[in-house]
Design a protein around this ligand. Sequence first.
Ligand code: UDP
Ligand code: MG
Length: 314
Amino acid sequence: MKKISIIIPAYNEEESLPFLYERLDKLMNEINTYEFEILFVNDGSKDKTIQIIKQLREKDKRICYVDFSRNFGKEIAMLAGLDYAKGEAVIFMDADLQDPPELIPELIKYWEEGYDDVYARRKSREGETWLKKFTSKMYYKVLQSLTRVPIQKDTGDFRLLDRRCVNALRKLRESQRCSKSMFSWIGYNKKEVLYDRDPRIAGKTKWNYRRLIDLAIDGITSFTTSPLRVSTYLAIPTFILLGVYFIYVIAKCIAIQEAIQAFQAIILLILFFSGIQIMLFGIVGEYLGRIFNETKNRPLYFVNEYNGEKETNE
Ligand code: UDP
Ligand code: MG
């Protein structure tokens, strides 16, 4: 029997887990043509999440878990899931039941037809504010305009990946991760499945706008270096402007035989150019930060224990 791993990053999800297990258990019992492994990655939760996972594993050995030494963030938790999953295919799911487990048979069906990356695309986004919907729409637009790699719209991390996608993703070990862009970047046969995204079953969302903006910037800078070109695009008209203004001032001085009096204009210019410089430094800093992080070459996470066994980091 083929084995399928369901990877679930969980951070402070004590309220959702019982519901999640109930739904997954029902589903796994219905599909008896596959062996399932539910791999929780406990991302340094501060509540009873890990205790609940351990209790579940007591009575159901299909439950496995990786317990992080602290909170490393969802992206890193997903990578750990890929590292520890044993299945021939993996499915990423959120712990809050926003991704309905009932879609899993359909994902598997397309996998059996030969697709490597079967991703779920949202038809609706219930329980989200219009501002979140609007910003995410704009973000996809910007991201797509910056790169030739096709970006999947309205798609989260809910998807099934064949083993070779898993192995490919495990080779991408950068620290500022944006899984969404990595799924696109690795390629392979993709298939879209539509679904209705449900509101979170219990607990609170872990995302806030700061985290989303961080993720958006990581997404763009991990995908493409074209923001670097902004400096070129801005520098060209700036220098043309400078040249024209310089000629104008000199010509005027010669024509009316008078010294330059325009200190206000100079102040404005100083402000203008220093504004541009600050912005360009910001862009350079963005990439410098990435280089800095990658050259450190640190392990991306540490595991406290795996299925009850302590990791010694040897
Ligand atoms: N999550 C995580 N680490 C974090 C934040 C979130 O593992 O630092 C998990 C969380 O437990 C959930 C999933 O990532 O399973 C999605 O989080 P959430 O539902 O809060 O995000 P949203 O659905 O609002 O985008
Ligand atoms: Mg959620």
